[in-house]
Design a protein around this ligand. Sequence first.
Ligand SMILES: Nc1ncnc2c1ncn2[C@@H]1O[C@H](COP(=O)(O)OP(=O)(O)OP(=O)(O)O)[C@@H](O)[C@H]1O
Ligand SMILES: [Mg+2]
Length: 478
Amino acid sequence: MSKIRSNKATITRRWLINNIGVIGIFLIMLLIAASGFINLYYSNSATQYITSRMSTISGLLQQYYTDDPAVFSSEVRSIVQEWSDKNLSELMTIRSDGTVSMTSSGFMPDKQLLAQDYYDAVSGGTTGFFRGKLPDGERIIAVSLVTPDTTGEYNVIRIVSSLDKVYRRINSYILIASLMCLSVLMLVFFSGMYFVKSIVIPVNQISATAGRYAKGDLSVRIPVKSDDEIGELCSIINKMADELSQSEAVKNEFISSVSHELRTPLTAIKGWAETIGAMPDDSETVSKGMRVINSETERLSQMVEDLLDFSRMQNGKFTLNKINVDILAELSDAVLIYQEKARQEGIELVYAEPSSLPIVYGDRNRLRQVFINVIDNALKYTERGGLVTVQTSLTPDDRIEIDVTDNGCGISSEDLPKIKTKFFRANHIKRGSGIGLAVADEIMTLHDGSLDVFSEQGVGTSVIISLPIVNASKALQK
Ligand SMILES: Nc1ncnc2c1ncn2[C@@H]1O[C@H](COP(=O)(O)OP(=O)(O)OP(=O)(O)O)[C@@H](O)[C@H]1O
Ligand SMILES: [Mg+2]
C-alpha cells in the first residue's frame, strides 16, 4: 500500500516539476525581461523629452540674445512663466551665485537641487546633463544651459524632472504583470491538478483492486467513470476479472466432475469386488462382476489417459508418432467399437463405409482417438431413437473429410464458440470432463487438419474432421 501511495506522489511531483516548474521559470524570466525593457524605455523617453525641450529653449535663446538686455530678461521670464509641462518637469533660472532666481511653478525650491549638470554647464561646457540621486535620495533627471544673459540674474536655465514618479509607475506596471503571471500559474496549477487527479485517483483504485485480485478476491469490479483510455483500462481489467472468475469456476467444476467421474466406476468396482468376495462360488455373479470390473477399469484408465494427454498438451509435450496410416481402417474400427453401444441405447448408427480412402500421414492411435471422441459425443448427446451418421468424402483440394452427424440435443449458438475450450461442458446432464473435444482439436491441428462443429439446439450436431492426404510419390518416400 505504501508503494502505491509513493507512486501517486511521484506522478503528481513529476507533473509539478515538469509543468509548473517550467512555466514558472518561463514567467519569471519574462517578467525580468519585461521590467528591464519598461525601465529602459521610460528612462530613455524621459531623457529624450528633457533634452528635446532644452534644445527648443536653446534655439529661442539663440534668437533673443542680440536683443537689449532688459528685453532679453523679459523674454527669459516669459519662457519660464509660460512653461507648459509643469506637471512633468520644472523649468528654472539660476543666478551666477548659484541661487534660484525663478521657477515655472512659482515656488522657490525648499532644498538644494543643484547637481552635476549645473556644475558641468558653468564650468565651461555651456550644457550639462545629470541622471541620478540627490543627496536626499530623490531620483532626478536634469539638464542645464548657460544663457547669454549679462545681468547675472538668469545665468543658467535648467529643466529638472523627478524620476520617482516614473519609477513608481514602472513598479506598479511590474506589480500588475507579476499578479497576471501569478494568476496564470494558479490557473495552470488548478486545471493541472484536476487533470492529474483524474488520472491518479482511478490509477490508485485500479492498484487497490488489482491488489485484491492478487490476494484471490475476484468479487470486486472497478467503476468505469469515463470513456477515455483510463475507462478502457478499467473495462479491460473488469473483463479480465470476469474471465478469471469464470475460468476459476470452470476449473472447480472440472475438479468436481472428474472426481465424480472417477468415483462412479470405483464404486461399481468396489461393489462388485465385495459381491464376488461374498459369493465366490456363484459363477454367474462372478462372471457378471468381472465383466463390470473389467469395463469400469477400462473406462478409468481411458479417463486417466485423457487427463495425461491433456496435461501433456498443456506442457507442450504432446508428441505424435507419424507414419502412413490407412485412415479407413481406423475409422471403421472406431465405428465398430460403438456399434454395440448404439444398439444397446436404441440409436441408429449409420456408417456409409467407402470402398477405399487415400493414405494419410499421421499418428494412428491419435487419429482413432479423435474418431472415438467425436462418435462418443454423438451417441452421448443423442436420445434413444435418434440417428447418428458417419460419412466420408474427398474434397477438390486433396483432403479427406469425415462427417459425424447426429440429431441429438444440439448446442446453443452461445455455447458453440466455447465448445473446444478445455473443461467446457454445455450439457451438464450427461457425464463428461469437457476435455474430449479440446484434445481432439489439438490432435487435428498437429496433423495440419481441422475439426469444425456445426450445431443447432434441438436439431442436431455435425462434426467435420478434415485431413490432408498424402499424394502417391510422397507416400512412397515415407
Ligand atoms: N454431438 C454433440 N451434441 C451436443 N453437444 C455436444 C456434442 N459434442 C459435444 N457437445 C458439447 O460439447 C461439450 C464438450 O465436449 P467434450 O467432448 O469436450 O466434453 P465432454 O463430452 O463433456 O467430456 P469428455 O469427452 O471429456 O468425457 C460437451 O459437454 C457437450 O455439451
Ligand atoms: Mg466428449
